[in-house]
Design a protein around this ligand. Sequence first.
Ligand SMILES: Cc1cc2nc3c(=O)[nH]c(=O)nc-3n(C[C@H](O)[C@H](O)[C@H](O)COP(=O)(O)OP(=O)(O)OC[C@H]3O[C@@H](n4cnc5c(N)ncnc54)[C@H](O)[C@@H]3O)c2cc1C
Length: 375
Amino acid sequence: MSVPYWLEDEIARRPAPRREGRVDAAIVGGGVTGCAAALRLAEAGVRVRLHEQRRIAEGASGRNGGFALSGGAARYDVARETYGRERAAAYWRWTEQALDRIEELAGDALRRPGSYRLAADAEEREAIRAEYEALREDGFRAEWLDDVPGGASGRFRGAILHPDDGSIQPARFVRRLAARAADAGAEIREHDPVADVEALDADQVVVATDGYGHGLVAELSDAIWPTRGQVIVSEPLDRVLYDRPHYARQGFDYWQQLPDGRVLLGGFRDTSIMDELTDVEETTETIQHALEQFLGELVGTATRVTHRWAGIFGLTQDMLPLVGRVPGREAVWVAGGYSGHGNVLGFACGELVADAILGRESPQLELLAPARFAG
Ligand SMILES: Cc1cc2nc3c(=O)[nH]c(=O)nc-3n(C[C@H](O)[C@H](O)[C@H](O)COP(=O)(O)OP(=O)(O)OC[C@H]3O[C@@H](n4cnc5c(N)ncnc54)[C@H](O)[C@@H]3O)c2cc1C
């Protein structure tokens, strides 16, 4: 394992306001969710303290693939069938708006070259063709391509181009969010693990730990499953093969070429899928080997791997996050369970849980209510 590529970025200075005594809201977790919630609450005048056991963005928010995709974790046509056309469309549009807002806040941490959703075989082609048609029927911007230009040309059976999607330097973005939250008065405590959410000196608590912190709130243990993802990054190439994020096999394989020419590649969880249902943040030989082999195919020449790491994300049974009050608890809220799709959704849900605490209504709160798993 090495330091995740994203976390090598220089950390910008941020103010360090202290809050004395009891606060209105405590947030557990300093990833995109926790920082978005902290910013939203602090800007509304709420006294906020954020607790992060490591440093800001050192969980999944600094260890991911850097894809900033709109939409949910499930296919759009499937989402339409599962939760109804109107709700699915509203959910998708809400994530598009979140991506636009990320762009306003991210500066050079976000580019928007679009993304390719690729079909690896005839079956997947049929599936993503159905998704494409459903998206077009409901007025979303998407294009169908029988082949894609660049390094993936001739290797896949069709693709959806999502022209508005982005590529994000997630650690830089989240550190910027944290700095903005601190500017707005939020206290950020790093190296500060929380053992008991009920013992925090706060009127409300937001649990924003996604795949980490399993067991911190017992009621969530069966609803959000920790899942490991692994990533490699190559040395810089001297040519551009992939000009935007690519993902195939239901998202099991994903790669993009970064502005400095490196190829970042992640996935292959299905190589040993049960082993990857874990919160042990370690790379494994099986998956690293599969990734390296695929990197060779993507690049076509021997290419050195310079970075390799693992991260943990939270998976839910219905591929929808949980956002809202934890059933049976008066003052404990959750936002998490993005099923590997949290760069945009995490931001949106961090703001959403803050809005819920502020008493602001949103149709998404009904769709994402944690009560759907209360048993
Ligand atoms: C390998 C990998 C690739 C991915 N690729 C993509 C991608 O390309 N696009 C995409 O949209 N999503 C991707 N994801 C998912 C995305 O990274 C996550 O959904 C998102 O970062 C979740 O953000 P978060 O703030 O909710 O959680 P995190 O960023 O994981 O933050 C949770 C924080 O809580 C802290 N914490 C946990 N317990 C405690 C405690 N008891 N006390 C204090 N602090 C605690 C942790 O240290 C951690 O920093 C990927 C995930 C992984 C692992």
